[in-house]
Design a protein around this ligand. Structure first.
Ligand code: PDD
Length: 286
């Protein structure tokens, strides 16, 4: 089946799906994006992703490229045309194209919109979750507005590459005060010695994960204790459990950090439970 990508109003075969060489997304990382899980053909937590996209655009002063209804349509049509049942849909909006200039382009410049959808294999992800993943920590060298979901992802790519080089799946980024901010493409969690779930507060330095928000809902539903506070790698080494959250992983247990085995080295009970009930709590829209 020929796969297609939505680019500025058209669904194009991959080989033809290009954007302008002077697109500001390409030259300045002047673009924002969302990754939404597709499960059983339905969009998981779509309202939260759409709200975050609107916020990212607003923070950068990029005009909304289309109405919410049209956007909903593009996401669905991209999923449908690519026959994605389980996977993700990716949406990117840049400020548009114009002669390379640090100054912002004139008002009325059309944003560039790209949407693609990709299938994943749920069995492979379940298998990974049964074993848990390894994580390594490294300095957080990103800019001061990591709350905006921009495509400025070079630090994240470098961190992931370093993690892969060390045999790990994810990098946990550590700020100058020695606290874990978040993962290179996920939010970071531990369960401390008292059994409390711990994740860092949201501010300019981390992305307010949609999955994180839904996991907090799940925690409230189950009546688990949670503490919203920063933690250090040392706290994490001594934790009962650790896990990451992101749209493409939902809840993924972490069993090793910087070569230290976490607790028994098996995914923890709370992590497994939260993974199990995640989709009961998340919204799913067709
Ligand atoms: N990553 N923190 C960062 C830096 C992220 O890039 C992501 C998401 C998250 C988790 O956010 P959410 O739960 O809304 O997916 C946290 C996506 C999946 C990506 O870049 O592929």
């Amino acid at each position: 089946m020929a796969r297609v990508i939505y680019v500025n109003g058209r669904y194009l075969p991959y080989a033809q799906a290009g954007v302008h060489a002077e697109d500001r997304g390409f030259q300045f990382a002047d673009a924002v994006y969302e990754v939404i899980e597709v499960r059983g053909g339905r969009l998981i937590d779509e309202p939260r992703h759409v709200a975050r996209l609107a916020r990212s655009l607003g923070e950068l002063g990029i005009a909304a490229p289309m109405s919410p209804r049209a956007l909903a349509n593009v996401l669905r049509e991209t999923i449908r045309r690519n026959r994605v049942v389980h996977g993700v849909v990716y949406l990117q909006v840049s400020r548009g194209a114009g002669p390379r200039d640090f100054a912002m382009p004139p008002a009325g410049t059309e944003p560039t919109v790209v949407c693609l959808a990709r299938s994943s294999r749920p069995e492979a992800q379940e298998r990974a979750a049964e074993h848990g993943i390894r994580v390594v920590t490294m300095p957080d060298i990103r800019w001061g507005r990591s709350d905006i979901k921009t495509v400025m992802l070079l630090p994240a790519c470098l961190a992931k590459a370093a993690a892969a080089g060390a045999g790990a799946k994810e990098a946990w980024l550590v700020d100058r005060d020695g606290y874990v901010t978040e993962g290179a493409s996920s939010n970071a969690w531990i369960v401390d010695a008292s059994g409390q779930l711990v994740t860092r507060h949201v501010d300019d330095n981390i992305l307010a994960g949609v999955t994180r928000a839904t996991v907090l809902d799940a925690i409230a539903r189950e009546g688990y204790e949670v503490s919203i506070r920063p933690f250090t790698p040392e706290d994490a080494y001594a934790a009962r459990e650790a896990f990451i959250t992101s749209a493409s992983n939902t809840v993924m247990p972490v069993v090793e950090i910087d070569g230290r085995v976490i607790a028994s080295g098996r995914p923890g009970g709370l992590s497994r439970r939260l993974r199990q009930i995640f989709h009961q709590v998340a919204t799913a829209s067709s």
